[in-house]
Design a protein around this ligand. Structure first.
Ligand code: HEC
Length: 154
């Protein structure tokens, strides 16, 4: 019995370690990471629907687009050019965000625009096939921006 309880505790510890991978993040770094992670959850939900792993639901597409627009607009203020924002742990932001600020700003704006298009599309139709393209156009910005402005995964 004792042993069984111990195992349960270990399992619970492992789960919480995954759920708060960046519990050490603070301030603006925590804010932007939280926003990014929220978008990742939406993104996965919709991608799974397109892959047929979940029933298609246009509301989930709308919610995702809404979150992309909201967090995209928040990004504008979440990358201030300060020592903390550039270097404090556990940030994975690359200096290019500030050294090539115009390109970063452009990447943010493009993401917002294409997410707005997805939002409009999801308002106009609930047809899965019609929504596939605007969804993938919007989410291509995620990997595109990460490639350029985020450190590769360690
Ligand atoms: C314009 C640039 C840009 C766009 C667009 C963007 N990201 Fe990010 N993302 C970043 C940067 C920069 C970081 C690293 C932030 C840091 O570590 O301080 C990041 C980090 C992340 C992380 C890691 C968060 C963590 O806890 O370490 C996830 C997950 C993520 N983004 C998901 C997404 C998803 C999903 C989308 C699209 C729906 C997206 N991002 C769009 C720039 C972007």
């Amino acid at each position: 019995m004792k042993c069984y309880l111990k195992l349960l505790m270990i399992a619970a510890l492992c789960i919480s370690a995954v759920a708060s991978a960046h519990s050490d993040a603070t301030g603006v770094i925590k804010e932007r990471m939280d926003g990014m992670n929220a978008m990742a959850v939406h993104s996965k939900t919709v991608a799974d629907m397109f892959k047929g792993k979940q029933a298609f639901d246009v509301i989930a597409v709308r919610d995702a687009a809404d979150a992309f627009v909201y967090h995209g607009q928040s990004m504008v203020g979440q990358f201030p050019d300060t020592e903390f924002s550039r270097t404090a742990k556990p940030t994975q932001a690359l200096p290019a965000i500030w050294d090539d600020a115009e390109a970063f700003e452009q990447a943010v704006q493009q993401f917002i625009q294409q997410s707005k298009k997805l939002l409009i599309a999801a308002d106009l139709t609930s047809d899965q096939t019609a929504l596939k393209k605007p969804f993938f156009v919007a989410t291509k910005n995620c990997s595109g921006c990460h490639k350029r402005f985020r450190q590769p995964k360690r």
